[in-house]
Design a binder for this molecule. Structure first.
Ligand code: ATP
Ligand code: MG
Length: 412
């Protein structure tokens, strides 16, 4: 007997109903927002993640599943979606076909971190990337798309943390001011943060250990250049006009290197330590830094397991079979089987018993499945070529010839 690997999981049928509902809802809303699906490979060159996710991120430093294949290349199971999507975008020069693209993905991600509630080593993310526009309305569209999905899923109480990280013009000044402020505090900070002081000091604000000691740190928001300020103002005003619950939070920096201007995170307070169900932001310089043209973009990724956790124990309606064929003996089974196939061809959900149950047990099974009708074929019925159609709700029975069209007519 084998067990699954720690941090991976099986989604058994009871739960896969919820997954199907989640994915269907995502696809419906993606359609409303005119976002098209992209599917990307499970693994990529390791380099890609170094370059785009960033060398100093937790993901790249600690969490990647990296291996050498038989050709001696270093490959990595994707820990996030954006690098692969941008790689594909550039590989197929999508920008030459059209200047503006809205893409979504539903993909498995892999990160080697400590498994716990809401944190796995293989998990699913739903993400959107909008490529080709610098408009602040795009940032809000991303946020509103998520809020729309959460609402349809019945997830209440989510709010959005929002911040701006500025751009290449204004962030260096902020970085300087922040480093000045942090200088005296260095001995108090964790080892990770002391290292980041040189490589990526903004990320220190995001440290789960040290953040509380830094509440009086200078704020990026006070350093924004005029363009970034205006961008941020429009984002905030538009969020207000859409009544989206948000909090401006100057400590939000997000874990990835590539963000510029708007960053956001969706918080669902009931989830405890893993209360972030997703996040994203603008990445206006990433595509260029990956060797592509200078194209602005923004996106987000949502953790689908956490979305399901936030949904709680909500029952998902399953489609019931319309007809369950109840038959005893080989001849009756064969007749049932033919009719059963005919029903399915006619688009009717139907099933029968395959494990030799008694008549009574077959009726019980039909009940358990919630079948609307049973079609019963016993010995007498075989002789007459006429079966009994029983309405499982009313108990009403009628004789109906063994013919798909006849049965279909009676049940519709
Ligand atoms: P966290 O702070 O929880 O580690 P993160 O900053 O690593 O999150 P992102 O990389 O932004 O998260 O990924 C977006 C979303 O993906 C998260 O908000 C979360 O819902 C989900 N997610 C991230 N890592 C995992 C994981 N190991 N297992 C399940 N879901 C995850
Ligand atoms: Mg993480």
């Amino acid at each position: 007997m084998y067990d699954s690997i720690r941090g991976t999981k099986d989604i058994l049928p009871e739960e896969s109903k919820k997954w199907e509902f989640l994915e269907r809802t995502i696809r419906e809303v993606a359609r409303l927002y005119n976002v098209q699906e992209i599917r990307i490979p499970t693994f990529e060159r390791t380099e890609l993640f170094y370059k785009s996710t960033g060398e100093d991120t937790d993901i790249v430093q600690k969490e990647m599943y990296t291996f050498t294949d038989k050709g001696g290349r270093s490959l990595t199971l994707k820990p996030e979606g954006t690098p692969g999507v941008v790689r594909a975008f550039l590989q197929y020069s999508l920008h030459k076909k059209r200047p503006f693209h809205k893409l979504f993905y539903i993909e498995r991600m892999f990160r080697q971190e400590r498994p716990q509630k809401g944190r796995y080593r293989e998990f699913y993310q739903f993400g959107v990337e909008i490529i080709g526009s610098a408009s602040p309305l795009v940032d809000v569209e991303l946020i509103s798309m998520v809020m729309n999905i959460l609402e349809r899923l019945g997830i209440k109480g989510t709010y959005v943390r929002v911040n701006s990280l500025g751009c290449d013009k204004c962030r260096p000044d902020y970085r300087k001011a922040l480093k000045e402020y942090l200088k005296g505090k260095l001995p108090l900070l964790c080892e990770n943060c002391r290292r980041r002081y040189e490589t990526n000091p903004l990320r220190i604000l995001d440290c789960k250990v040290d953040a509380e000691k830094l509440t009086d740190a200078p704020r990026m928001i006070d350093f924004l250049c005029d363009e970034c300020k205006e961008h941020h103002r429009i984002v905030i005003d538009t969020l207000k006009s859409l009544n989206i619950p948000f909090k401006e939070d100057s400590t939000l920096v997000r874990g990835l290197d590539y963000y510029t201007r708007t960053v956001f995170e969706f918080i669902h307070p009931s989830l405890g330590a893993q209360d972030s169900i997703g996040g994203g932001g603008r990445y206006d310089t990433l595509i260029k830094s990956m060797g592509g043209p200078d194209i602005p973009a923004a996106g987000f990724a949502m953790g689908m397991e956490r979305m399901l956790l936030a949904m709680g124990d909500r029952e998902i309606e399953e489609e019931k079979p319309v007809v369950f064929f109840v038959a005893l003996g080989d001849d009756a089974k064969r007749l049932s089987f033919n009719l059963l196939e005919g029903m399915r061809k006619a688009g009717v959900k139907a099933d029968m018993d395959y494990i030799g149950r008694s008549m009574k047990a077959q009726m019980r099974e039909a009940n358990r499945l919630g079948a609307v009708f049973t079609y019963i074929i016993g010995e007498d019925e075989i002789k007459k070529g006429i079966g009994i159609l029983k309405n499982m709700d009313t108990g009403e029975q009628m004789n109906v010839p063994m013919d798909v069209e006849e049965i279909k007519r009676r049940i519709s």
